[in-house]
Unconditional design. Sequence first.
Length: 486
Amino acid sequence: MASLSELVEEARLSARALLDYGEGLFNPTIRLGVTGLSRAGKTVFITALVHGLTRGGRFPVFESLASGRIAKARLAPQPDDAVPRFAYEEHLRTLVEERRWPNSTVDISELRLVIDYQRHNGAERTLTLDIVDYPGEWLLDLPLLNKTYEEWSAESLALARAGPRTELAAPFQAHLATLDPLAGENEQATLIAARLFTDYLRACRDDRFAMSLLPPGRFLMPGNLAGSPALTFAPLDLPEGSAPDRSLWAMMVRRFEAYKDIVVRPFFRDHFSRLDRQIVLVDALSAFNAGPEALHDLEAAMAGILDCFRIGRGTILSTLFRPRVDRILFAATKADHLHHLSHDRLEDVLRRTVGQAVARSELAGAAVDVVALAAVRATREALVQRGRDKLPSILGTPAKGELANGEAFDGETEVATFPGDLPTDLDGLFEGGAFRGLSTDAADKADFRFLRFRPPLLERNGAEEPPLPHIRLDRALQFLIGDRLQ
Ligand SMILES: Nc1nc2c(ncn2[C@@H]2O[C@H](COP(=O)(O)OP(=O)(O)OP(=O)(O)O)[C@@H](O)[C@H]2O)c(=O)[nH]1
Ligand SMILES: [Mg+2]
């Protein structure tokens, strides 16, 4: 049975959908969700996409642009008054002028792009593309909407007691052992528990472990809610039964529910549930760097998130009352860390990682595809002589401070690296011991080592702004919006 609050929520979603639908009749619009966990590459992707469309990038596979049917793509004032505009110009300048990647995103933002194009039959048309960017941490919270405090508590503690997480959670566990859920409310003990739990989540996110499943997301990125009760709770070891009045347990339940009401539901309602199309960016290579556990964790996190999508091709009636995502592209980002011979293999790994979600989306009638891409290609390829062999290698400028073979790079020198081949046998990939990563071995023993490269140095040709190099970004665009530009 749906609870009253769920019904109210449904009604609000429908009212919103009706508004969006009415606007869409006069002004064809796609709301594109660029989804992905923290550091997956969302902000870089949006910047590259907007740059490519407005400036006319080299996009041979994006048919409407390549064939000259797109007359112009321009930025327009974004439609939601309460949402900041995506800082496109700033991100672009950082990438191109400073050769730095943009900072991690701390708040939601939005950008509207208007595309003037000619249909195949010659008619002049306009398509509006609204793109939403947000911190990846927020995404991790969506699965909490379907969970009670007790369920979340049990899951979080089971996770904290498995694999490499055990050690990272030790200080939190020690404090947890001193807490009695049935005892009275205790603000001080709760503050300490929340702080230690946050420390543990932060440690899991470190490059060496690269864990993905780390809710509640706002613990890692509290913004203006830092220190508020809604962000001050932690899992408890709970007995059977229900929480006695005024107990520590009851206090945690209340705060967990407040977190959902204040933080998670508004994000879902105002942004996530309104999307028409999704590109889900996945940084599989960082997980490879860290080891099989990280890959496994990524798989679980993606499955949980994809459960929250509203997927399927709607009839006119059902789209009226329930917006649905009818196209989803899963994209493995940062493919420029691999030689192109491995790109198809990276797609295979991704297909395996999100396999269940793909099957379910297809069943619901959505079009689904998988691609390995680099929104901004930071490397070039070369064959490098090693003894008698010529190895397919990657040339790029590692970021300052990146380490390889005990050497720290200065951020200026270009080097050739051999990143390692992705395995062909995917069956054993997700099992412990399948390959070695940074979470269990020293850097020189790990099977894969993907360095962080600086954005590419672009050759300017007169006053004209140079296009950003990319890998398969045009294929992504063709799938995401190509059908609406016919
Ligand atoms: N080589 C390469 N690195 C990339 C690319 N895209 C992203 N990166 C790297 O990944 C990091 C994260 O990219 P962002 O676009 O900031 O990721 P995000 O998903 O917006 O992350 P949050 O804002 O923290 O949620 C960057 O700082 C780069 O180091 C790419 O196309 N090529
Ligand atoms: Mg970002």
